[in-house]
Design a protein. Structure first.
Length: 276
């Protein structure tokens, strides 16, 4: 049995074992990678988790996998690309790659450029079913005509028409910038007891882009609970897995403060859908 709108204090493999096939609309997560941070002594089996994510994702659903690379002995690990290629091997489509640029943060190196970004791999199970583009890029020629276009009429003749007026804002590009750090990633002070916090705006933008209202969102590495919080605030349902009891207390507090019981009315419906 799997409950909706609940964070499970257990390994993500245990949680996913409770889920039926083709169950989750969208996964948004950032796993611990390359041992960059001590994570309460826990480790994770990447390939097993990837295969389970493929099983539980609905046809047309998406996994957003946020990851970077450590530099060790003068060489980047390549973990990000190795994982993306494995996802592709097991059946996912690497639909898009978005650069998550961290403002107010950089990792300095004496002999290379400062590291300020991570990758967001957008992995779809078959052709993605949802794309709600965020249009917040200011068009330099907003309000102007796109010029004169030559078109072919139905009878085969050629004619010229005025192009459409350019909108004020266009679809954003694939480099997304966010302020990070204390009170910038989130205003929730106690969330910073976790060492690696998702910026709330980053998670929100992915949830809006790749899912619709009332869709079911999963985070197998729930961490400080940002995915659950953003799902609730954007009218989605959620399931989370977090193996650390300490971090689960942070998640519980954040969920309660943002109205985490808002979707209880959906639990019976989805439990029936899951055959529980």
């Amino acid at each position: 049995m799997i409950e909706i709108n609940k964070n499970y204090n257990e390994s993500n493999l245990e949680t996913m074992a409770k889920m039926p096939d083709n169950f989750i609309d969208l996964t948004v997560t950032s796993p611990p990678y390359d041992n960059l941070r001590e994570y309460k002594g826990y480790s994770f089996a990447f390939e097993e988790i990837a295969k389970e994510l493929f099983r539980i994702t609905k046809q047309g659903g998406v996994v957003v996998w946020v990851v970077g690379d450590a530099t060790m002995n003068g060489s980047e690990s390549g973990t990000s690309f190795k994982q993306a290629l494995f996802f592709k091997e097991i059946g996912f489509i690497v639909h898009d790659t978005i650069i998550y640029k961290k403002n107010n943060f950089s990792v300095p190196f004496p002999d290379k450029y400062h590291q300020t970004f991570e990758y967001c791999f957008i992995l779809s199970k078959g052709k993605k079913k949802t794309f709600n583009p965020i249009c917040d890029r200011k068009n330099k020629k907003a309000g102007q005509s796109g010029g004169i276009q030559s078109v072919t009429e139905r009878d085969g003749t050629r004619s010229k028409r005025s192009a459409k007026i350019i909108n004020d804002y266009g679809k954003r590009h694939n480099v997304w910038e966010y302020d990070t750090g204390m009170y910038l990633s989130t205003k929730d002070k106690y969330a910073f007891n976790h060492p690696a916090i998702f910026p709330e705006e980053l998670v929100k933008d992915h949830i809006i882009s790749w899912s619709n209202e009332t869709d079911l969102i999963y985070d197998p590495f729930m961490g400080s609970g940002t995915t659950a919080k953003m799902a609730i605030l954007n009218n989605r349902k959620y399931i989370g897995s977090e193996i650390s009891e300490e971090y689960c207390k942070i998640i519980e507090t954040r969920i309660k403060e943002c109205g985490g019981l808002f979707f209880n009315s959906f639990e019976t419906e989805l439990s029936n859908e899951a055959g529980t």
